[in-house]
Design a protein around this ligand. Structure first.
Ligand SMILES: O=C(O)c1cccc(C(=O)CC[C@H]2O[C@@H](n3cnc4c(=O)[nH]cnc43)[C@H](O)[C@@H]2O)c1
Length: 234
């Protein structure tokens, strides 16, 4: 049995959920839940599209329940060519707000250069290594690298090239990770981002998006990691 209130779903028999998973949309949340067994330590919420909605949803949930020891930003995402192909997973080793900054006639100036803080936020290395090991053991194709957070999904080869040049080794882009990471940092909860690649970062071709396949791989990833909370404490 599960309890459902608004867009929160949680296992009945789990008194203190320890891992919070924040997706953008309901379809991603449901894919994560399909992969998780109900007898687990996860709460899964659909926090909305974009970094602002994701940050607010995450902060409210973390503040309401002090038992969380990990928050994962998860869902589908775009993969950078040569790094992450359709049907693969990307686990972030850093998240970068790739369009946060200022535009000039010559170039884009990132937040760090403007002196307003950092556009990069770290992930928990201990949790990343653990998830990386478990997902690799399951046989799912996994790439570890930088995941960009953008407010506007890339739709041209020019923007894809610009973003790849700003972040060497860029593996994937999505629209929530930096927001979830900001909330997690403020509330001092370790953070990860996991993306299942549904489309290539580049010229927009909605018909070529493989959302169903990406949702299936997302489910399989969470099936593989569903006992991770217990294992971290053994
Ligand atoms: O159209 C549908 O049927 C549909 C079903 C489920 C999810 C979607 C989404 O579009 C999810 C939006 C979510 O996906 C991330 N995303 C995916 N690809 C990219 C990308 O190339 N660039 C940036 N973000 C991407 C993003 O996190 C969105 O919140 C549609």
């Amino acid at each position: 049995m599960t309890q459902q209130k608004n867009n929160h779903i949680q296992a009945d028999n789990c008194l203190a959920p320890r891992i919070l998973v924040v997706t953008a949309v309901d379809a991603e949340r449901d894919a994560v839940l399909r992969g998780l067994d109900e007898n687990t330590s996860f709460t899964v919420i659909a926090g909305g599209v974009g970094p602002a909605a994701a940050a607010v949803s995450t902060a409210l949930e973390l503040a309401a329940s002090p038992s969380y020891e990990l928050v994962i930003s998860a869902g589908i995402g775009g993969g950078f060519s040569g790094a992450a192909e359709l049907g693969t997973l990307v686990l972030a080793d850093v998240v970068i707000a790739a369009d946060l900054g200022a535009e000039t006639a010559e170039r884009f100036i990132p937040l760090d250069e403007l002196g307003f803080g950092s556009a990069s936020l770290p992930v928990s290395e201990a949790w990343r290594e653990r998830l990386q090991g478990v997902i690799r053991q399951s046989g799912l194709p996994l790439h570890v690298g930088p995941v960009l957070t953008v407010s506007t999904a890339t739709g041209t080869a020019e923007t894809a090239g610009l973003r790849a040049s700003l972040v060497p080794g860029a593996a994937a882009e999505a629209m929530e990770g930096y927001g979830v990471a900001q909330a997690a940092a403020k509330l001092e909860v370790p953070f990860l981002e996991l993306r299942s690649i549904s489309n290539a970062v580049g010229p927009r071709d909605r018909a070529a998006w493989r959302i169903g396949e990406a949702m299936q791989v997302l489910s399989e990833a969470f099936s593989a990691i569903r006992f991770i909370a217990k294992e971290m404490h053994q």
